[in-house]
Unconditional design. Structure first.
Length: 341
């Protein structure tokens, strides 16, 4: 997801103040795109004197705001609280997930919600959190949709950027090793290792994108098509503008990290069909990143679908995973060739 939502609680006064101040929205330069152009957001960076351009038509204030969801989704605190309570309700209905270790450190664990269907497909979900926070347990809310439709749902835990000393490559490596663990151990929970699907949201979509352009045979001795297809929500796929933003205060980018973590630069290694999704109330950069990535994949003659969801912000979009008739829930079931229960 975007910038950390674990701050002081939002209040009505803060929302009103943000709304009153938000009369300017950062502009984006035109770029190759698939689908509809963004309609703009109701909330954005506060009015200010335009400074020197840092990236495209953004000055530093605008670029920082374009990578900070709080500038565009002021009720994000309420939505993330609802996500947690919905996850608790899912655990009440389904029971606690099976929790397994995929690596040697304490954080390297994953949660498995099992379906009753034998040899079932598997959906692995990689959570967001600006690379700073988030946990598997916060994303249990989506499990019931997939379990009911006949798929196992697995949510990953992995290290945060600060614990990794600012090196998001460590995060990406853990996600890859979790996918490898699922492939090797699928039979132990009734899963089909030949039907592993991947989904991620925001920084989790970024980490999923990196996994999708991994040389699995060279790096892990795994099948090159270990991931059969992927659904990427509200992601980032080119790290140059991210490096120029305020996120560089905790992600310690260098040239090598920028290169290896920019999925869009390695599309030649992409094997799986992908679906890219964003909402029209997201920040302008999260919209542009999704459009440009989908356009680049299409130009490379790889299989891609772009879904533009009207009137959804960064946090509202992920909630649709839990609904078989919601934008992302429907797309995920279609990707796995499953029908709503």
């Amino acid at each position: 997801m975007g910038q950390s939502m674990q701050r002081d609680p939002i209040t009505r006064r803060k929302v009103l103040a943000a709304t009153a101040a938000a009369t300017a929205v950062a502009a984006t330069a035109s770029a190759p795109s698939l689908g509809a152009e963004p309609k703009g957001c109701l909330i954005g960076p506060s009015p200010h004197a335009k400074g020197p351009l840092v990236f495209m038509n953004y000055d530093q204030i605008e670029l920082d705001a374009a990578y900070d969801q709080s500038a565009y989704a002021p009720l994000g605190f309420q939505i993330t609280a609802r996500r947690a309570s919905n996850s608790a309700e899912t655990r009440r209905r389904l029971g606690p997930p099976r929790r397994e270790s995929y690596g040697p450190t304490e954080i390297e664990k994953l949660d498995i919600f099992r379906t009753t269907r034998p040899n079932a497909p598997i959906l692995i979900f990689v959570h967001g959190g600006a690379w700073l926070n988030g946990s598997a347990s916060e994303y249990h809310f989506a499990a019931e949709n997939f379990v009911a439709a006949g798929a196992h749902y697995i949510a990953l835990d992995f290290i945060a950027a600060e614990a990794a000393k600012g090196d998001i490559r460590v995060m990406a490596d853990q996600v890859k090793r979790a996918i490898l663990w699922v492939s090797k151990n699928a039979a132990s929970f009734g899963g089909d290792a030949n039907r592993i699907y991947l989904s991620g949201q925001s920084s989790g979509a970024h980490l999923s994108g990196v996994a999708l352009v991994t040389d699995w045979t060279k790096d892990f001795g795994a099948p090159p098509d270990i991931i059969k297809a992927a659904l990427l929500l509200s992601g980032m796929y080119e790290m140059k503008p991210v490096r120029l933003s305020a996120r560089s205060s905790y992600v310690k980018f260098d040239n090598a990290m920028e290169e290896s973590m920019s999925t869009q630069r390695h599309i030649a290694r992409l094997r799986a069909p992908i679906t890219v999704v964003y909402g029209t109330n997201e920040t302008p950069e999260f919209q542009r990143q999704s459009r440009d990535f989908a356009a680049a994949v299409k130009t490379a003659r790889k299989q891609v679908e772009l879904i533009v969801v009207p009137n959804h912000n960064h946090y509202e979009l992920q909630e649709t995973l839990a609904n078989p008739y919601g934008w992302c829930g429907r797309a995920a079931l279609a990707m796995m060739r499953l029908k709503a229960a």
